[in-house]
Design a protein around this ligand. Structure first.
Ligand SMILES: Cc1ncc(C[n+]2csc(CCOP(=O)(O)OP(=O)(O)O)c2C)c(N)n1
Ligand SMILES: [Mg+2]
Length: 600
């Protein structure tokens, strides 16, 4: 049988060293699906996972890219399948993750005819895709696929290959050496970009002149942990990380103040307010109010994407380079600094840690969600992969989880999409089946797609080398993050929109043959983690949490406090509890700072 265009694409993906694909079938991608089935039978070197929704497939491809550094691959049918992919593709776009989507389309003759399941995919995808192209003939397939993979990697985003159904089954043709035809090859260019010496010397001069250097490190520095630490030590700097860059700096580094921003720490905030020099590494942190004032700090930025340089703070030196190579090249130029500033930051961080423990230990009804994370942080296996969702789990992850050198962690960052925690966790597991995975997700997001994700767990967990896959459901009966956002904006929470219908999450896990652990009281939390991590199968830990514990930032500004007061006066049904627990939490912060336990 001659090689079809679909057979060719499958072989070419493998030649590009891409072996983990996520997809969902349909007749618009039918010729490709048929080829996939044959290729699997022939033992070709790829794994095709079909989750229960195309959106999950796209998030899984994005997370695969994040957890491996490779290009993620997802596949969907034309029309509705393609549209379902889009949220995950936007996630890849937003977090600079390279993904290739292979999307079916109706036959070429049907384009623009309003045929069933025919939409203008090039137009629909054009906002999200770094490259989008329809394959028009067999000869065209090689170029389009090669360019898509190359563009995804080079521009760190989703590239979309649209494959009309009639082209899918045509015999492949080798691109000819003739007018109009491009013959393409395989392989990415190295992105180890070493800046020139003059640039490095200018940047070093700024950093050497600084007496209070703050570093803000993002996901662009993943893989550069040693270099980040060496530079920080040399400069006597404190280091804050973005949420996506959390894993770059191990939690036990004393001057790592963890995150900056609404779900960040006070020492991160204070460091930014007091520093005289700022070094941004691989981060596109957008929140101006948490960065130094204009003119307060001289700043240097390092980024692999030139479009991200100089756009968040008036940086003096913008260095186009990858974090690892650039920091390595910069080190010989850097002079040793006094460690007083760094020690001061470490002392503030220790205080913050103690305060956080106290705040997390305050009473709640029935369980303080912060305590769950505090305990989880203690029990987290050293090589676990951690995911959080867009709700309050993102706050608790920011406030209470410190990743170690061998941990990885991620979430839908800039897009901040609900439901991503589950496909992220699944992709983490498929990419690293020997590692424990912890998925933390709100009950709202669990009902959106987490429950479906568990069916994929049910289908595959027996194939995993290490079956440890722990799903924490924050069972608060509420779309809590938004309830708090509403309160801060001065609107009372309203049940019609905010209530999450209760269900038995642990029971659901048991129904699927997994393990379910129900936690109703604070004294069950620690033991629940021990049980979950010792289990011989995936586990759902269903914890009944208090929805009235505020995910308070380290600093509540006057506007937020006024909004909260207005919302409570406006008839928020939980006013009493919010006041009780909110006050308790605030009091805990104050008492903690003064060295008391709030419940003493
Ligand atoms: C796809 C999507 N829809 C809506 C939102 C807005 N949103 C952010 S958090 C949140 C509530 C999440 O509720 P839940 O998953 O129960 O988590 P909780 O905050 O209660 O822990 C909503 C509606 C979003 N970020 N993404
Ligand atoms: Mg909830």
């Amino acid at each position: 049988m001659a090689q079809s265009v679909s057979d060719f694409i499958i072989d070419r993906l493998i030649e590009w060293d891409l072996h983990q694909w996520y997809g969902y079938p349909g007749d618009g991608i039918g010729g490709f699906d048929g080829a996939l089935g044959r290729a699997q039978k022939d033992g070709k070197d790829f794994t095709y996972i079909r989750p229960t929704h195309e959106e999950e497939a796209a998030f899984m491809a994005c997370a695969h890219a994040k957890f491996t550094g490779e290009v993620g691959v997802c596949i969907a049918t034309s029309g509705p399948g393609a549209v379902h992919l889009m949220n995950g593709l936007y996630d890849a776009y937003s977090d600079n993750a390279p993904v290739v989507a292979i999307v079916g389309q109706q036959a070429r003759v049907a384009l623009g005819t309003e045929f069933q399941q025919e939409i203008n995919l090039e137009q629909a995808m054009s906002d999200v895709a770094v490259f989008v192209q329809t394959v028009t003939t067999p000869m065209h397939a090689q170029f389009v696929l090669d360019k898509a993979i190359r563009m995804a990697k080079a521009y760190r985003g989703p590239a979309v290959v649209i494959l009309p159904v009639d082209v899918q089954t045509m015999d492949m043709e080798e691109p000819a050496q003739e007018h109009f035809v491009s013959r393409s090859g395989i392989g990415h260019a190295s992105d180890r970009l070493r800046p020139d010496d003059e640039t490095l010397a200018r940047a070093a001069k700024i950093l050497n002149d600084g007496e209070k250097v703050a570093m803000l490190v993002g996901q662009g520095a993943i893989g550069a942990t040693d270099e980040v630490l060496e530079v920080a030590e040399r400069l006597g700097a404190g280091v804050a990380t973005s949420l996506l860059g959390k894993q770059v700096v191990p939690g036990d580094v004393p001057y790592h103040t963890q995150q900056l921003g609404l779900l960040g720490s006070r020492p991160s905030y204070d460091m930014m307010q007091k520093c005289d020099t700022l070094l941004l590494v691989g981060t596109n942190f957008p929140y101006a109010e948490f960065l130094p004032a204009t003119g307060q700090a001289r700043a240097v930025q390092i980024d692999i994407s030139p479009r991200h340089l100089g756009i968040r703070y008036p940086t003096e030196e913008n260095i186009w380079g990858d974090a690892r190579t650039t920091l390595r090249a910069l080190l010989p130029y850097l002079e040793p600094h006094d460690t007083g500033w760094q020690e001061q930051i470490a002392a503030e961080k220790r205080e913050w840690d103690a305060e956080n423990v106290r705040v997390a230990s305050t009473k709640a009804d029935p369980i303080n969600p912060r305590y769950i994370y505090l305990s989880l942080n203690e029990k987290l296996p050293e090589n676990a992969i951690f995911t959080a969702d867009a709700g309050s789990t993102a706050d608790w992850y920011g406030f209470h989880i410190e990743l170690g050198r061998n941990n990885m962690g991620s979430l839908s960052g800039r897009l901040a999409s609900m439901l991503a925690a589950m496909p992220y966790a699944l992709a983490g597991k498929f990419a690293h089946p020997d590692r424990p995975v912890v998925c933390t997700i709100g009950d709202g997001a669990f009902q959106m797609m987490g429950a479906n994700g568990l069916l994929t767990v049910k289908r595959h967990w027996r194939d995993w080398k290490n079956p440890s896959f722990v799903v924490l459901v924050i069972n608060n009966g509420d779309l809590n993050q938004v309830s708090w956002e509403m309160r801060e904006a001065g609107d009372p929470r309203w049940d019609t929109a905010q209530l999450v219908e209760g269900m038995d999450y642990a029971g659901y896990a048991e129904l699927l043959g997994l393990k379910g652990i129900r936690v109703d009281a604070p004294d069950q939390v620690d033991a629940a983690w021990d049980e979950a991590f010792a289990a011989d199968r995936p586990v759902v830990v269903d914890v009944r949490c208090d929805a009235n514990v505020p995910p308070l930032p380290a600093h509540i500004d006057l506007e937020q406090a006024t909004g909260l007061a207005k919302s409570l006066l406006g008839g928020d049904p939980a006013t009493r509890q919010v006041v009780t627990h909110g006050t308790r939490a605030m009091a805990a912060r104050l008492f903690a700072r003064m060295g008391f336990r709030s419940d003493e």
